[in-house]
Design a protein around this ligand. Sequence first.
Ligand code: GAR
Length: 196
Amino acid sequence: MKRVAILISGGGSNMVALVRSMTGDHPARAVLVASNDPEAGGLVKAREMGVETAAVDHRPFGRDRAGFEAALLEPVLAAKPDILCLAGFMRVLTPDFVQRFAGRMLNIHPSLLPKYPGLRTHQRALDAGDAEAGCTVHEVTSELDAGPMLGQARVPVLPGDTADSLAARVLAAEHKLYPAVLRRFAQGAREPLFLP
Ligand code: GAR
């Protein structure tokens, strides 16, 4: 059974989808949900689902990213994860941290990478007049949003869409894609999965 730790920064709806998926014959179990924001709504949801949580506030560390990551590593390493899932974790990790989990850290990004790495993905898709949008699960490397792709789900951009309406449609696709990719990844598969 693979042990999965999940890093979040906010509401954690992807984290909830991942935790809920890891039951029955699933080859993995959630062992920790950790956040850089002690107020992250997802921490409460994780505890309600019976998953251990940890919070390491990044703010007292200022620009000391290595110091923040050293503090974050304590609960993460204590949980002995085989796989680390970033799920709406909004801090950029240093190459040192990434290297430590090379080949076993996943991220979900709300665009059809390689389009729109970084932030404001939905507005950028609308501004470009794209006919479709979506989300990507990829392995994390030290290059932002650029690691090997493990899965992608597409949704249409509809007339009258705003960044918020498009984000909601993409988020619903994220909740299907990330659990499906994690299940395959925990079984050792590295071929990309394309949904729907
Ligand atoms: C999701 O849309 C996720 O793809 C995005 O943040 C949201 C988190 O929602 N992640 C990024 O933009 C990473 N750069 P959630 O907290 O409800 O899962």
